[in-house]
Write a protein that binds this ligand. Structure first.
Ligand SMILES: [Zn+2]
Length: 315
């Protein structure tokens, strides 16, 4: 039997080493609780390292899902102002920061698309953020990225970007996705404040309002994985990736290997994709983890490794 098609449907890449180190060390995976022996990657998320990893793990295609949070970018910029400037200077700096956030988002997305353009095996999903641009401008920017820069879809992270996945300010972005047949990959999982912005249930109104839009609930809902099956049963346009959670099985707030395999079976094997969440985890190890799942047949695991992503994400 020939080797299965392998696609990594969930990857983070950074523009340079300082950004990579900052992002990698600044994001702590907390939601599953304590677990010793989690297989963490040494990578930091630079494109050349990633392309090497793809080759070594025989991954044919990959989808980058870079994150941009206007609220976090604003807080970081404010922290850099320092205390040694006067009140009016400070006000002027704050106004400049606000004025630039939208441009920062656009530059960030353009870099992702340019990088994918140089690496035909990579498809860029671009960030939308209604705290960076007005809903209308954000939708226009997504359209531009898709029509003129090759973006293959939209990435959202409600918990990090601090909006609910069914916030109606996202409706114009979702409408562009419907019109251009762009899938959405949304981080799914709890947030530290308990707001539930990105838990699987938070996707319900959006899934209902845009039944033609394929929405991927990443991490099978993460530590909110127990909500995943009900959302899958209610909405045919809900899809899933199994990254991160597959490296945390057995943790207090994660399923066991058996529960994870059962969840995939309940949702439907053809609706779940492999991702690595590189640079947090390694591509070859993620493949091994999928192949080691109990309950699933080898052909089903092979579909999870790549064929499902090809179909669901239209790659
Ligand atoms: Zn991720």
């Amino acid at each position: 039997m020939s080797a299965p098609l392998k696609i990594d449907s969930h990857v983070h890449i950074y523009r340079d080493r300082p950004e990579a180190v900052r992002e990698k060390t600044g994001y702590e995976v907390w939601e599953y609780g304590e677990l010793s022996g989690v297989h963490a990657s040494d990578a930091i998320g630079l494109i050349d390292d990633f392309v090497d990893s793809m080759r070594r793990a025989d991954i044919a295609r990959a989808v980058t899902v870079n994150l941009f949070s206007a609220q976090v970018a604003r807080e970081d910029a404010i922290a850099r102002i320092g205390d040694d400037i006067s009140g009016s200077q400070r006000d002027r700096r704050l106004a400049e920061i606000d004025a630039h956030i939208g441009e920062d988002l656009k530059a960030f997305n353009r870099w992702a698309c340019d990088t994918a353009h140089r690496h035909p095996e990579i498809t860029a999903f671009v960030a939308a953020d209604v705290h960076a641009l007005t809903a209308r401008d954000c939708a226009a920017h997504i359209r531009d990225m898709a029509e003129n820069h090759g973006a293959g879809g939209v990435k959202l992270h409600g918990a990090f970007q601090r909006f609910d996945m069914s916030d109606e300010r996202l409706w114009p972005v979702y409408a562009v996705c419907r019109e251009l047949a762009l899938p959405i990959i949304g981080h799914a999982g709890p947030d530290r404040l308990g707001l539930g912005y990105a838990e699987p249930r938070a996707f319900r109104r959006a899934l209902q309002a845009f039944p033609e839009v394929r929405m991927v609930l990443a991490h099978l809902g993460g530590a909110a994985w127990q909500q995943a099956a009900e959302v899958a049963a209610a909405f045919d346009n809900a899809f899933f990736d199994c990254c991160e959670i597959i490296e945390w099985t057995g943790a207090p707030n994660a399923p066991t290997d058996r529960q994870l395999a059962q969840l995939i079976r309940t949702i439907g094997v053809d609706r779940v994709m492999m991702g690595s969440d590189y640079p947090w985890y390694d591509l070859d190890h993620t493949v091994e983890r999928v192949m080691a799942l109990p309950l699933l047949a080898e052909e089903e695991k092979h579909a999870i490794l790549g064929a499902n992503a090809q179909r669901i994400l239209g790659l």
